[in-house]
Write a protein that binds this ligand. Structure first.
Ligand code: NDP
Ligand code: OXD
Length: 311
């Protein structure tokens, strides 16, 4: 089966060439724009596609993303209504995210920002330390990745609260919340807020003034969802007022973050370049193969997102 490889932002072949090579006997990957035989393309691998990207593939049946979030593909104006959009589900990616988030929670809990400043200033000073049990972590989004992150943090001894759209059964020790009332009930108990939501019309701008004000004073934000979840001016105001003591940001509304952006030098912000975790070549290869098998059988591919819901 032929698969068009489409991105206006990344050279997907250099990132995922190994995955594509692994399955070359089953899936012929061709770079967009495909000039010859575009009508034989039935699946695509896409991340930040060009707005008109899908216009030239009349027989396209499914588009695979290279990650958990499908928002940038769903937002493409030329995406035909009948095409399935498939996300990657990769337990290793979720585990990597769990390690990343845990590091940042502990960074806040154990006051590493202060220790690093003290080292620069040659100050030898012990700091009062709190046990994990005294630092409640609220997680926005209890999905494939949120579940893994929650389990990891609970294992480290942090009280974990999780917010999802619908009520869900949770393992012993975790407390679940849902809906708008549930959100504010969870925030009232939250010291560290971890954003692991998909970007949808309902979640855009959810990290805002009201959200920060509802948290425990001196709280901390770990933003690993999507940049558009965050109202940047509200974060800066919450840091200035002390309502938040700091933030770890991995995702931004504009990526790469512009050189003159205020976040680069902010003393209470630590940043990574959308690198919290990545999918493995094996997971991507398996997703493409399973999608091709389903398309050939005329079935809905595994892990196709609900296009109405947006994730
Ligand atoms: P899932 O789709 O598996 O889970 C999404 C979760 O969000 C679900 O629990 C869902 O609730 C909840 N949710 C969605 N909309 C709402 C809403 N309106 N109100 C309350 N809860 C809501 O996603 P993953 O866990 O796999 O990934 C989550 C996101 O993390 C991705 O979409 C992406 O944005 C981000 N991500 C970032 C990465 C990075 O490198 N920074 C890497 C990977 C992912 P319910 O269970 O009720 O459906
Ligand atoms: C993802 C991402 O959604 O990398 O997987 O952001």
């Amino acid at each position: 089966m032929r698969c068009a490889v489409i991105s206006r932002k990344f050279d997907l072949r250099s990132y995922y060439g190994k995955a594509l090579a692994q399955i070359a006997d089953r899936i012929e990957s061709v770079d967009h724009p495909v000039t010859e035989g575009a009508d034989t393309v039935r699946i695509a691998l896409a991340w930040h596609p060009h707005p008109d990207a899908f216009e030239c593939y009349p027989n396209l049946k499914a588009v695979c993303t290279i990650g958990a979030g499908a928002d940038n593909v769903l937002a493409c104006p030329s995406l035909p209504k009948h095409v399935d959009v498939v996300r990657v589900v990769d337990p290793d990616q979720a585990q990597m995210m769990a390690g990343f988030v845990s590091w940042h929670v502990i960074w806040h809990q154990r006051k590493f920002a202060t220790f690093m400043q003290h080292q620069r200033d040659r100050i030898w000073q012990r700091l009062e330390q709190r046990p994990a049990s005294g630092v409640p972590v609220g997680i926005l989004g209890y999905g494939k990745i949120g579940e893994r992150v929650a389990a990891h943090l609970a294992g480290l001894g942090f009280p974990v609260l999780a917010w999802s759209r619908a009520p869900k059964p949770l393992p012993a020790g975790l407390r679940g919340f849902h809906g708008r009332d549930g959100l504010f009930a969870m925030l009232a108990e939250t010291e560290v807020l971890v954003n692991l939501l998909p970007l949808t019309p309902e979640t855009r701008g959810i990290l805002n003034r009201d959200t920060f004000q509802a948290m425990r004073p001196g709280g901390y934000l770990i933003q690993v969802g999507r940049g558009e979840h965050l109202v940047e001016a509200d974060l800066l105001a919450a840091l200035d007022s002390g309502q938040l003591s700091g933030a770890s940001l991995d995702v931004f509304a504009v990526e790469p973050l512009p050189q003159d952006h205020v976040f680069w030098d902010h003393p209470q912000i630590i940043m990574t370049p959308h690198d919290a975790c990545d999918i493995s070549a094996d997971a991507l290869a398996a997703t493409l193969v399973a999608t091709a098998v389903a398309v050939r059988a005329g079935e809905r591919p595994p892990h196709a997102v609900d296009r109405q819901r947006g994730y």
